[in-house]
Design a protein around this ligand. Structure first.
Ligand code: ADP
Ligand code: ASP
Ligand code: MG
Length: 418
């Protein structure tokens, strides 16, 4: 039946009963004849608690030690799942990132997987042993534990699947990928399939159902990826989705999707901040003098809006960035203030980005216009806009996030029929 990687997120392993439930999902696949590797997250709330402890210990702290602390959550789950599997008669062994090893680069806190040596895993799996792997963690070039950024267990799972030439099932607390976050829009519709490209956009624009890097890896290594629910009864799920129509959502190539929509989903992100620089000299080189130092400080800027101010000699530049980078960005800009020459620096964290995504946009006009009209009808002001081939994003007041998502979901006719 082939090799299979099953990944279970934090809510799915929140307590011992849920870990037992996970063990039964694994048992089902083992009994169906699969060689199984399982990737697990930390139990719900654990990573947040560990991150909080690091901050309490020292607001600014060593990234290597942060990784040493936060990686521990996944190790607990891996051991507990191995114990519950053994308890129901399934041979199982837990693995930390360094034991495999899952080698990463040295960017502590946001490491990227470089290489996985899957020889030993393969051997054990062929012998019928389930490999229970701690997600989110790897081994850096400095021989210290690294972590892959929040939500990184998805990426561990896809990378392990790529190394094992296996398919990958991501079990979470919803039963698939929806047209938008089903926790915000109750009428959101489950997609039976979504293309890698659209899923990649959705993830990078805030849909946290899959970590962006995991979708990237699945696309590059052609890993068949499915999102499904761990809360469906373990013995009622299809065991074989050879026809691609399993119970969840299949992330696949665009040409495997028959039913195409212009817009496939609405994503939102509250992880945004806005910086405005007032009265900068309107001359060549000014943007470079602002964004160069930000790039050197490893700060990614997203939307940029520039408008000439009333005096005709100066401009105002507004840009957005991840909220976690705001403080660092303000420090950098204050440092270069004299060199750039500007009057005032202001910032806001009360902003959110809302995006519509769909590969059909490539060939259909009017998608952005419909978005702007739907937002205008609700009285929502647009502060900045960016577009790509398959998405349009706007920056709005954070207070209107849910209203905007609901309005757009309705405007593009994405609701489930009742
Ligand atoms: P896990 O702990 O299993 O990794 P996450 O909380 O990271 O789970 O991701 C699952 C959550 O993603 C869901 O509970 C849902 O609220 C959210 N989500 C956001 N956008 C979507 C979407 N388009 N489809 C499905 N879930 C989404
Ligand atoms: N436990 C980590 C987090 O909460 C990784 C994951 O769950 O994917 O971000
Ligand atoms: Mg997640």
């Amino acid at each position: 039946m082939g090799r299979l990687v099953m990944k279970f997120g934090g809510t799915s392993v929140a307590d011992i009963d849920r870990i037992r439930n996970v063990a039964r999902h694994v048992e089902r696949e083992v009994k169906a004849g699969h060689q199984v590797a399982v990737v697990v997250s930390a139990m719900a709330g654990t990573t947040d608690r560990l991150v909080g402890w690091c901050r309490d210990a020292a607001p600014v702290h060593d990234a290597r030690e942060y990784d040493a602390v936060v990686a521990s959550g996944e190790q607990v789950t891996a051991g507990l799942l191995a114990i519950t599997l053994q308890d129901i008669g399934i041979p199982a062994r837990s693995w930390s990132g360094w034991q495999i090893p899952i080698r990463t680069d040295g960017v502590h806190g946001a490491a990227r997987i470089a290489e996985i040596d899957a020889k030993e895993l393969r051997k054990r799996m062929e012998q019928g042993q389930v490999a229970v792997i701690a997600g989110f963690q790897g081994l850096g070039p400095d021989k210290r534990v690294t972590t892959l950024g929040r939500g990184g267990s998805d990426t561990s799972a896809v990378a392990v699947a790529a190394a094992l030439e296996a398919r990958c099932d991501i079990y979470t607390d919803v039963d698939g990928v929806y047209t938008t976050d089903p926790r915000i829009v109750s009428k959101a519709r489950k997609l039976s399939r979504i293309s890698y490209e659209e899923m990649l956009e959705q993830a990078s624009l805030g849909a946290k159902v899959l970590q962006t890097r995991s979708v990237e890896l699945a696309m590059v290594y052609k890993v068949p990826l499915q999102v499904r629910s761990s809360f469906d009864p373990p013995d009622s799920l299809d065991q074989d989705r050879a026809d691609g129509t399993g119970p969840g959502t299949l992330v696949c190539d665009e040409d495997e999707i028959v039913e195409q929509h212009v817009v496939s989903g609405i994503a939102y992100s509250r992880d945004e901040a806005k910086v405005s620089i007032r009265k900068v000299k309107d001359r060549p080189g000014v943007s470079a003098s602002i964004f160069g130092p930000l790039a050197e400080a490893d700060i990614s800027v997203d939307m940029i809006v520039q408008n000439v101010s009333a005096d005709g000699e100066t401009a105002n530049i507004t840009f957005t960035l991840a909220r976690k980078d705001l403080r660092k960005a303000l420090e950098v800009l204050n440092r270069v203030k004299d060199k750039v020459g500007f009057l005032e620096l202001t910032h806001s964290e009360d902003v959110a980005k809302v995006s519509v995504v769909g590969i059909g946009m490539r060939s259909h006009a009017g998608v952005a216009a419909r978005m702007f009209k739907a937002l205008a009808d609700k009285g929502i002001n647009i502060q900045a806009i960016t577009t790509s081939e398959i998405k349009v994003s706007v920056l709005i007041d954070e207070a209107y996030t849910e209203l905007a998502v609901r309005a757009l979901h309705a405007a593009y006719g994405l609701e489930a029929a009742n």
